[in-house]
Ligand binder design. Structure first.
Ligand code: UDX
Length: 450
């Protein structure tokens, strides 16, 4: 099939590359000339395992190309995907100006049937706006061209996006006629394994599905984080609790890991946007709104534990951070707990030494050169001379350090485990004061802060 994708950000690029890889002819278009020039040279602007290889292979085979020429892009694809950004407005609702600009552009250039598919995460009702924008752009030209609109939200996880696209749990397709449904069923047929993964529904339900999935997952995490706060205060171990509740199939083991708060481009933004949508319709979404409040509070848990250990004064302390990205296998720092922690530490007069396998360039881009931030070549160097070490992001490389050697490198062996990846008794044997998340009984340390 002939496919055009507007937007070469995370979603657009992964979608374009994966669709080209399954035999389609794909054109990716973006208004950012520099980005398109870099992509054309084979440079991938984001870190995503496996992406570079399939982009290179697809470009070499002639099935994927990049352009800034909108007319060329609209002429190319029968299917036109909108995968541009929807940054949050000041009030948290998604800003649709880029999405509607693309709809306008498609309407200005299309000369025969086009199926216009929204992939960006957009509020319920956006496809109606896309349809209206297309219709007015076409009408202005005085031409008569048929088109359909569809919603096809993405459920990609950063760091596993290629796998998620190639082996989806489900493909959600929102349409209002059989012609559009058939196009999308055919497009996604190569990604069916064992059974048909495409779930066809009405457009508004498809739009809501994306938010519902993310809000459900974010709620699981916030609830677990809240339980970890209770566990800390009653001297229970949330990890023992987690294993026991996860065994109940109705609860399950996925997404119940307590930690230092969720970050990334999706959960915080989508939780906020759905709460905002409900509020605009006169409904106070109490659970959804508190998911974000709980998460914001959780992001200060690492700082609180450090402050507790050092008796409330972190002035002049050097704190080592392992991991900066909001989760492993990405260089993405958006809404990362590490940002909250570093900013609190600096405000308290502490210095930061940090290492992350991928996100140090991004950290430098955000914070620039500063005296109280040293980016180190590896985890051991970051820990050298530190008064405490904080595991913020559970990259594989941090899983089994030599704790005895580590204790020897540090000024004082204090470990705050923001993801509960270490065994408290094992760490304690090496002489560390250990603080986990909701594990005060197991760690032998009272971290209750009142
Ligand atoms: C998420 C959704 O999973 C994906 O389907 C959607 O398309 C985009 O948003 P992503 O933001 O890439 O994907 O990250 P994900 O792996 O879901 O993790 C989100 C955050 O939750 C991370 O900060 C992670 O550390 C945190 N998390 C996850 C927990 O704190 N505990 C858990 O049990 C799981």
């Amino acid at each position: 099939m002939r496919i055009t994708i507007f937007g070469t950000g995370y979603v657009g690029l992964v979608t374009g590359a994966c669709l080209a890889h399954s035999g389609n002819h794909v054109v990716c278009v973006d208004i950012d000339e520099d980005k398109i020039a870099r992509l054309t040279r084979g440079e991938i602007p984001i870190y995503e395992p496996g992406l570079e290889q399939i982009v290179h292979e697809s470009v070499a085979s002639g099935r994927l190309r990049f352009t800034t020429d909108a007319a060329d892009a609209v002429a190319h694809g029968t299917l036109q995907f909108i995968a541009v950004g929807t940054p949050p407005d000041e009030d948290g609702s998604a800003d649709l100006k880029y999405v509607l600009k693309v709809a306008q552009t498609i309407g200005e250039h299309m000369n025969d049937y086009r199926l216009v598919i929204t992939k960006s995460t957009v509020p319920v009702g956006t496809s109606d706006k896309v349809r209206a924008q297309l219709a007015s752009a076409v009408a202005e030209r005085g031409v008569d061209v048929e088109f359909d609109v569809a919603s096809n939200p993405e459920f990609l996880k950063e760091g596993a996006a290629i796998d998620d696209f190639m082996k989806p749990d489900r493909v959600v397709v929102g349409v209002d006629n059989e012609r559009a449904a058939e196009h999308l069923r055919a497009l996604y047929a190569p990604f069916n394994r064992q059974h048909d993964r495409t779930i066809v529904m009405d457009i508004r339900s498809a739009e809501l599905t994306k938010y519902a999935a993310n809000v459900m997952l974010a709620t699981k995490i916030s609830l677990m984080n809240e339980l970890s706060q209770v566990a800390d205060r009653v001297d229970a171990d949330i990890e023992q609790v987690r294993r026991a509740i996860g065994a109940d199939h109705r609860i399950g083991y996925h997404f119940i890991y307590p930690g230092c708060g969720f970050g990334g481009s999706c959960f915080p933004k989508d939780v906020r946007a759905l709460g905002q949508t409900a509020a605009e319709l006169g409904y106070e979404a109490e659970i959804i709104n508190s998911v974000e409040r709980v998460n914001n509070r959780q992001k200060s848990v690492l700082f609180d534990k450090l402050r507790y250990h050092f008796g409330g004064d972190l002035t002049g302390k050097t704190i080592a951070l392992w991991g900066l990205a909001f989760k492993p296998n990405t260089d993405d720092m958006r809404e990362a707990p590490a940002c909250t922690l570093m900013e609190s530490l600096w405000a308290a007069g502490a210095r930061v030494r940090a290492y992350d396998p991928e996100a140090m360039g991004e950290t430098r881009r955000i914070y620039g050169e500063r005296d109280d931030l040293t980016l180190c070549t590896d985890g051991e160097t970051a820990a050298t001379g530190a008064d405490a070490l904080v595991l913020v992001t559970e990259w594989h490389i941090f899983r089994t350090p030599d704790f005895d050697a580590l204790a020897g490198l540090m000024n004082t062996p204090v470990l705050v485990d923001g993801r509960n990846i270490y065994k408290p008794s094992y760490v304690a044997q090496a002489g560390f004061a250990y603080y986990g998340i909701g594990r005060s009984a197991a760690s032998g340390a009272r971290t209750t802060l009142g």
